[in-house]
Design a protein around this ligand. Structure first.
Ligand code: PEP
Length: 251
């Protein structure tokens, strides 16, 4: 089964509501002629409802940038998957490196969030990635394996088929330093192999694995040429309509 490419924009903690509406309008225009690929944007929570209104009845998908695992409750500062769905999100980023490294989210917490997203009908984008120290110590692949295995703990094959993985080497996020196509391909093939061992090869071959880390108009085409790179999770370059337009139009 061919994997449908997915280009995802992570707006992080940027943009006022009017700015987000303007950028979403530009993204909708960019996507008018792209039937062979999916495009997702993850605005900050405050702009979700307004952006959902802009993309209504268009192919552009909306995601939250994180989600708790319960429907509601005493979880100050969190947002529930049901609340995300209510405002029009169909996807959610889980385990972004900024959540892991700035806010201390463990693989166990990431797994809880991921299972909550699946339970309440959101497609999770599970982010994994090694730090520079991990890579220099030769530990990149074991770290990735642990993040994938623990992130997907207690997720059965049927649910796993709905998950998107994003490989985001921490040393490449927001640094301007991109993994080479070969480095990314090696990690993606490794992750797919882990998925094949956890589940089965057929399922592993169907799961989309995005690359994230300083994706730009200049490097998107070569990254997308790699056989196991099925799309991109884009931070900085997703905040400018011209650069995101070029990225979604990868060749
Ligand atoms: C990200 O936010 O997931 C990301 C990869 O950011 P950037 O593209 O800015 O490196």
């Amino acid at each position: 089964m061919a994997r449908r490419p997915l280009i995802a924009g992570n707006w992080k903690m940027h943009l006022t509501v009017p700015e987000a509406e303007r950028l979403a309008t530009a993204v909708v225009a960019s996507c008018a002629d792209l039937p062979d690929r999916e495009v997702m944007i993850a605005p900050p929570f405050t702009a979700l409802a307004a952006v959902a209104e802009v993309v209504r009845n268009t192919p552009v998908l909306i995601a939250g940038q994180n989600a708790a695992w319960e429907k509601q409750g005493a979880f100050t500062g969190e947002i529930s998957p049901v609340m995300l769905r209510e405002v029009g999100a169909s996807m959610v980023i889980i385990g972004h490196s900024e959540r892991r490294h700035i806010f201390g989210e463990s693989n166990q917490m990431v797994n809880r969030r991921l299972r909550g997203a699946l339970q309440f009908g959101l497609i999770p984008v599970l982010c994994v990635g090694e730090t520079l120290a991990d890579r220099e110590e030769g530990k990149a692949m074991p770290i990735l394996e642990q993040q994938v295995r623990e992130g997907l703990a207690e997720v059965d094959a049927e649910a796993a088929a709905r998950v998107v993985i994003a490989y985001e080497p921490v040393w490449a996020i927001g640094t301007g330093r991109t993994a080479t196509g070969a480095q990314a391909q090696e990690a993606h093939a490794f992750i797919r192999n882990v998925l094949a061992r956890v589940y089965e090869k057929k399922l592993a071959d169907e799961i989309r694995i995005l690359y994230g880390g300083s994706v730009k108009p200049e490097n998107i085409d070569s990254l997308m040429a790699e056989p196991d790179i099925d799309g991109a999770l884009v931070g900085g370059a997703a905040l400018q309509s011209e650069s995101f337009d070029r990225i979604v139009h990868f060749l």
